[in-house]
Design a protein around this ligand. Sequence first.
Ligand code: NAP
Length: 247
Amino acid sequence: MGRLDGKVALISGGSKGQGAAEAKLFAQEGAKVVLADILDDEGKKIEAEINETGGEAMYLHLDVTSEADWAAAVRAAVDSYGKLDILVNNAGILLRKGVEETSAEEWDRVQDVNSKGVFLGVKAAIPAMREAGGGSIVNISSIAGLRGSTSTAYGASKGLVRLLTKSTAVQYGPEGIRCNSVHPGIIETDMTEEMLDSVGREQWLARTPLRIIANAHDVALGVLYLASDESRYVTGSELVIDGGITA
Ligand code: NAP
């Protein structure tokens, strides 16, 4: 028996990194998965991999900054699989720049994808989850959303995700719609490749009490718990998956 048997999940940014790891794990656990991204070729490969290994998945194009794309993605999940139970707002972009180095255009772009993109996803999913009798929304923030960092626009966008999550939890808890945020530390994906190379792996390991640089699956396991009914009493919470960095 899978931990997500009978569930339908929509995952943004599902073509690679953490989103792809979540799509594969969710499918293994019995969910029907709609993975959505702007990287169509990569997404179709993940879709094929899941379907060829006994899972059920569908890829579709979704730019999280587009309200119309979100409406189409939710509609596709409901039309194809009958309902929507789980949304993982995972898509994001990183900008490692201080206040004075960040242009207004760069600020807007980061907020558009990382914060407005999450807001639009939450807004689009709620009516379908209400129709399904409840649901679970998991918003991927960061430890940069919990404390100050040198990534100004990125940290601000992830801090917004943290509070949007709590507002959603408070407003929709009575309808059985839960909403939690996840705060990964340093996870080895394309997003962090350049940072890990420039700062150096030894430096990052020294800053991490568990002396681990995590992989996408480490985060996916936490997201799985929040997506499943095992966390039925958990909403508005912050799951920190960071090897102890913020401890
Ligand atoms: P990733 O490998 O870069 O994957 C992110 C995916 O989202 C990519 O496929 C990316 O496409 C896509 N994306 C970007 N803009 C989009 C848009 N407008 N609409 C739809 N999809 C879009 O990064 P990751 O490490 O898996 O990150 C996943 C999430 O975890 C992000 O929200 C990130 O901020 C967060 N996070 C990551 C870390 C870490 O250490 N890796 C730590 C804390 C939090 P492109 O490649 O074309 O941009």
